[in-house]
Design a protein around this ligand. Structure first.
Ligand SMILES: O=C(O)c1cc(=O)[nH]c(=O)n1[C@@H]1O[C@H](COP(=O)(O)O)[C@@H](O)[C@H]1O
Length: 276
């Protein structure tokens, strides 16, 4: 199955647009594992087991593993997701972006080493930095477009005086991803839930692309406004929440609390979709 087929299937099966972000921080683990980086896999696996019927995708953030020399635990975690939550796509959040020859290595890392179904990429270095990922048929690549952080404005909101109609950088990225860069239909865009007006602008330019939308939960993005702005029939949205779910409780009941928060968020998104 391609990444897009997996997304559609998971969305239907779990009635969900919620992606649980796997950003494990040992300092925030419950007391019995607190500060123990060797328990990263176990912590995340418990979250997966508690939420697997509620999600459209999982998004492990690679820095949280690499920072603790825990890449082997990320490999084991992805194997665990395949066994515990079969058919649920894994989006490797790596935000890579480099010249073609180096990008080829990053693509091997994402799709062969980790076996991810999709990856996040920075489009800053242009199409030849994205192309190596598109050589993997059926895999997805989400380009950072209008990110959720306040500093996203510094570059993404600048106007491109040289392009007709003077679009902002993020609008130009959306145009490229919807059109000339999307040779095999593998591209999606990252837009922050913290900027629903911009989600709507991106959706108008890119009516069919899947959107990865982080920023609900800990960053305070508005879940309802996000769905109204981004969801369209046939164009999936993947709304990510990480810390609000992972650390819903700092006690031994962390997995049950994560499930409650994931359920609440999934249902909130679904209600907004039905009302849209
Ligand atoms: O690409 C991303 O996933 C991403 C893009 C963006 O614009 N904003 C953003 O927060 N993210 C990631 O989404 C996750 C958000 O985590 P929480 O704020 O804890 O829900 C983190 O892993 C971020 O690295």
């Amino acid at each position: 199955m391609t990444f897009l087929e997996m997304l559609r299937d998971a969305a239907q099966r779990n009635g969900s647009m919620l992606c649980v972000g796997l950003d494990p921080d040992p300092a925030r683990f419950p007391a019995a594992m607190r500060g123990d980086a060797s328990r990263i896999h176990d912590f995340c696996a418990a979250i997966v087991d508690a939420t697997r019927d509620l999600v459209i995708a999982y998004k492990p953030q690679i820095a949280y593993f690499a920072a603790h020399r825990a890449e082997d635990q990320l490999e084991r975690l992805i194997a665990h997701i395949r066994a515990s939550a079969p058919g649920i796509p894994v989006i490797l959040d790596a935000k890579r972006g480099d010249i073609g020859s180096t990008a080829e290595q990053y693509a091997v890392e994402a799709f062969e080493r980790y076996g991810a179904d999709a990856v996040t990429l920075s489009p800053f270095m242009g199409f030849d930095s994205v192309q190596p990922y598109l050589k993997y048929p059926g895999k997805g690549a989400f380009l950072l477009c209008r990110t959720s952080n306040p500093g996203g404005d510094d570059l993404q909101a600048q106007r491109l005086a040289s392009v007709e109609g003077q679009p902002r950088v993020f609008e130009h990225i959306a145009r490229l991803a919807q059109g000339p860069w999307n040779s095999n239909g593998q591209l999606g865009l990252v837009v922050g839930a913290t900027y629903p007006a911009e989600i709507e602008q991106v959706r108008a330019i890119a009516p069919t692309l899947p959107l990865l939308i982080p920023g609900v939960g800990a960053q305070g993005g508005d879940a309802e406004a996000t769905v109204r702005a981004g969801w369209r029939a046939g164009a999936p949205i993947v709304v990510n929440s990480s810390r609000a779910i992972l650390y819903a409780s700092s006690g031994e009941d962390f997995a049950e609390a994560a499930r409650r928060e994931a359920l609440r968020t999934r249902d909130q998104l679904e209600r907004a979709r039905v009302a849209a």
